[in-house]
Design a protein around this ligand. Structure first.
Ligand SMILES: [Zn+2]
Length: 439
């Protein structure tokens, strides 16, 4: 494999404390050298001109539904990872709520086989309980040995306290996180939307913030008791985030993620029963959204994860209460972060890059990723923080088009994605996009 020289770019590597113009040479799937601009020889290397671009450690998404095995009409590993590459993600961690549930080492290995056609790295998350029924924890040791990087019953919460305690205790021994979809079904049953004026206006049962925060608080107690690492998936309310903040100060091993849709949208966007805005947890209030943005800025929230959840058009076309939860999100995540967090809320790019790379790598224990230090895996995301573009669901690489962001205009775009030294995605230039839209 030829060496690749990435020159004229602005390198941001939060883990290494770098935020300035640097060139980089990658070779044999690894970062060979990082040096001052112009200092590296271009002889025998392909050159990637990154003028005007940020060169960042490859983005890592801790929360993706690739729908295999069993639901390839919604997404496949090949199509989902193609969408990931287009969104600047070089690694995705896939949730186990497939058909069947990924609760055995065989299925974990199957997900990682080259025959699946992945174009970015896939790190499976195994079910925390057998069949995700919440009754009995899975064989954590064997699942980890097969390649699982975390345990979760995402889509469902682990409700029984003694089972969650077992999961955290087992995970503590292995040094891996338990990822909880925090929702108390006794408070959320039959709720399709956030509790509030919109739910009232639409005549829908509203899900209270306590459905999430009460489960988060219980799990924090268990994490403290067991020493296990709790990772709160798609945190969505001020109440839950306050609980996480307090626990972090008290030294509990807890991390959390937020989705781009929760820091961008509100329950009011549901409009007249628009199922493109139906997800779980539901879109929340302005006060909750403000809390999430504060948490992203001040460090209470550790990373951004998409909860990419493809569904077929006919499934989403059902009435609001029957339609499945979730939206696709891989291709719009970086655009939303740049738009909402960087441009609107003045988040430094270094912090944004940390939320997408260094922190998820640390949470998932992905060694040699989330950084561009010498010897790290050559997974790189190149983006332009000011380039304007328009997202079109019609052009998505995902097999599904369930997005609320169709037609949205963004300032800031992923321009190229490198996985294991190979260029797996380059954005069309603005002219090409224009030509196409005229046809
Ligand atoms: Zn979930």
């Amino acid at each position: 494999m030829a060496a690749l020289l990435i020159k004229n770019g602005h390198l941001i590597d939060p883990a290494a404390g770098i935020d300035r113009p640097m060139d980089m040479l990658i070779k044999d799937g690894r970062v060979a050298r990082v040096a001052e601009p112009g200092a590296l020889p271009s002889k025998d290397a392909k050159v990637l001109d990154a003028r005007g671009l940020i060169v960042a450690p490859g983005f890592i998404d801790l929360h993706v539904h690739l729908r295999e095995p069993g639901q390839s009409y919604k997404e496949t590993i090949a199509s989902g990872t193609a969408a990931a590459a287009a969104g600047g993600f070089t690694s995705v961690c896939c949730m186990p709520n497939a058909v069947p549930v990924v609760d055995s080492p065989e299925w974990v290995r199957w997900l990682r086989q080259p025959e699946r056609g992945a174009v970015v790295n896939v790190f499976p998350i195994a079910a925390a309980t057998v069949g995700s029924h919440g009754e009995q924890i899975t064989a954590f040791v064997a699942l980890k040995a097969a390649g699982a990087i975390a345990f979760s019953d995402d889509g469902r919460p682990v409700v029984r306290t003694e089972v969650m305690r077992d999961a955290l205790a087992a995970a503590a021994k292995l040094g891996v996180p338990v990822i909880q979809h925090s929702e108390d079904p006794r408070l959320s049953h039959g709720c399709a939307i956030n509790a509030g004026p919109t739910a009232f206006r639409l005549g829908l049962r509203g899900m209270p913030a306590e459905a999430e925060s009460s489960m988060v608080e219980r799990d924090l107690k268990l994490a403290r008791e067991t020493g296990g690492h709790l990772h709160v998936a798609h945190i969505s309310t001020r109440k839950s985030l306050d609980a996480v903040r307090r626990a972090k100060r008290a030294g509990v091993r807890v991390t959390c993620e937020v989705t781009p849709h929760h820091f961008t949208l509100l329950d009011t966007h549901v409009g007249e029963y628009n199922t493109a805005f139906k997800m779980c947890p539901p879109l929340r209030s302005e006060d909750d959204r403000e809390a999430l943005i504060e948490g992203l800025l001040d460090g209470a929230i550790d990373c951004i994860a998409t909860d990419h959840a493809p569904h077929a058009a006919d499934e989403k076309a059902q009435e609001f209460e029957r339609a499945p939860n979730g939206i696709i999100g891989l291709e719009t995540a970086a655009g939303l972060a740049l738009q909402v967090l960087h441009h609107h809320h003045k988040m430094p790019l270094k912090r944004m890059v940390e939320l997408f790379s260094a922190n998820p790598a640390r949470i998932a224990g992905l060694k040699g990723r989330g950084t561009l230090a010498k010897g790290a895996h050559a997974d790189i995301t190149l983006f332009d923080s000011v380039r304007a573009w328009t997202y079109s669901a019609f052009d998505t690489r995902s097999k599904s088009r369930n997005t609320p962001f169709d037609g949205w205009q963004f300032t800031g775009q992923v321009v190229a994605t490198v996985v294991n030294s190979e260029l797996v995605f380059t954005a069309k230039d603005a002219k090409e996009t224009q030509r196409k839209s005229k046809i």
